[in-house]
Design a protein around this ligand. Structure first.
Ligand SMILES: Cc1cc2nc3c(=O)[nH]c(=O)nc-3n(C[C@H](O)[C@H](O)[C@H](O)COP(=O)(O)OP(=O)(O)OC[C@H]3O[C@@H](n4cnc5c(N)ncnc54)[C@H](O)[C@@H]3O)c2cc1C
Length: 386
């Protein structure tokens, strides 16, 4: 199959171009041959994390002193795009939650002791990270979360529950948002904690069965008088909401990168399919309506991708980016829906059959307009800044 690629942005330096080639090779040679087995098992192998760690791909946003390579947001974009080209959203999401969305909180605001304790193992893929914000009664409305952490001498005692947590079953390092000040209004009384697997009282209540992203494990978690040492607090007490929102910008950029990586793959699969499928005496590709449709989807995907790189540049330059990143999260993830469903349509009945890549991609894509900030919530963030 001929690969479908957008032009390489001039913004990428030689190192990032090499990283792209490295990830693409890794996806083709290591991930794809094992992906169906992981999809069936509902989990990816821990060896995959170790192999990615050995290649230096898990710590690209973490400081050099703690095992990372301290590259900028462009590195996250390249990793997100290329992993997503594997066409298994669950594999890409599990890795990216670890590399970019969870232990990032330790890299950004941990103490030296916290960084030394967790980051080298995370960069090496020995320990897997999870981010625990969502609760049964608070998803989009982060300020409404109810999990409680109470100070008790040299300890914090955590009680509550979380749901929809990626890497929830197989994680080792859980970044947990909890309310530390019940008197403070809404967003003000939240703090972040590091909870390690195996801490008494901390359990996986249930592994969840999902519509898509089936290779990633997703869980409900339960905290029953979980005692963690006082130095498990991340950053300052009461600043949890602010920390979540600031790390969300990177998460949303990565969601944009995942979307455009998946768009490219869906278009690649579809061009290949319609060129080989014969109907009415010629290939589907030779029907102007079909090729026109694919060209239109490619144009929209290219626009979304340019916006991904623009937002990455804004983040790397330290510019205020909340409005643009919120636009990007909405636009790129919605564009992906149009692309995967347009591509599925052109696969005809084949695209509706379980086991075809485009069928899986359509299921996997669905979560991206919901998770990490639903489209409506993102557009509200944009409107507030207009
Ligand atoms: C597979 C999967 C993996 C996930 N991984 C994680 C994870 O690792 N960590 C974590 O903390 N969470 C995770 N989540 C949770 C995810 O971020 C939430 O599902 C998301 O934030 C939406 O919250 P909710 O499901 O409670 O929906 P709700 O907040 O109940 O919203 C439901 C719908 O209402 C609409 N809506 C909500 N608010 C508004 C508004 N203000 N204006 C207009 N419309 C609105 C939107 O359409 C939204 O989809 C995951 C979810 C899934 C399904």
């Amino acid at each position: 199959m001929n690969e479908f690629d957008f032009n390489e942005p001039d913004l990428l330096d030689q190192d990032l171009r090499m990283i792209r080639a490295q990830v693409r090779r890794f996806v083709n040679e290591v991930i794809i041959p094992q992906a169906d087995a992981w999809e069936q098992a509902g989990e990816i192998s821990r060896d995959l994390f170790r192999e990615l760690g050995r290649l230096g791909l898990l710590g690209m946003r973490h400081p050099v002193a703690y095992g990372g390579s301290d590259l900028g947001a462009m590195a996250s974009v390249v990793l997100g795009e290329e992993l997503s080209r594997c066409s298994y959203g669950g594999i890409a999401s599990s890795i990216l939650v670890h590399s970019d969305m969870s232990v990032r909180h330790i890299a950004d605001r941990g103490t030296h002791e916290q960084k030394i304790r967790y980051l080298p193992a995370a960069c090496a893929g020995e320990k897997i990270g999870a981010i625990c914000v969502t609760e049964p009664h608070a998803g989009s409305d982060v300020a409404g979360l109810k999990t409680r952490a109470v100070h008790d001498g040299d300890w914090w005692v955590i009680n509550g529950s979380k749901t929809f947590i990626t890497n929830g079953v197989y994680g080792d390092i859980y970044i947990v948002a909890a309310r530390t000040d019940p008197e403070a209004r809404g967003s003000r009384g939240l703090s972040l904690f590091i909870v390690e697997k195996g801490t008494p009282g901390f359990s996986v209540a249930r592994k969840l069965e999902k519509h898509g992203w089936r290779a990633s494990d997703t869980a409900e978690l339960f905290f029953d008088d979980v005692r963690v040492p006082a130095d498990s607090l991340l950053g300052e007490e009461g600043k949890g909401f602010y920390y979540i929102m600031s790390t969300f910008q990177n998460e949303r950029l990565v969601a944009g990168a995942m979307s455009v990586g998946q768009c490219a793959k869906a278009i690649e699969l579809t061009v290949d399919y319609v060129k080989s499928r014969q109907a009415f005496g010629k290939s589907l590709w030779e029907q102007p309506v079909v090729r026109n449709k694919i060209a239109w989807l490619a144009a929209k995907s290219a626009a979304a991708r340019s916006f991904v790189y623009q937002c990455a540049q804004m983040i790397d330059e330290g510019k205020d980016n909340v409005r643009e990143v919120s636009m990007l999260k909405a636009y790129a993830c919605e564009t992906l829906q149009e692309v995967v469903h347009g591509c599925l349509q052109l696969h005809g009945g084949t695209g509706y059959i379980i086991g075809t890549p485009i069928e899986r991609m359509a299921r996997d894509a669905r979560i991206l307009t919901i998770g990490g900030g639903a489209t409506e919530v993102m557009l509200e963030e944009v409107a507030k800044r207009m």
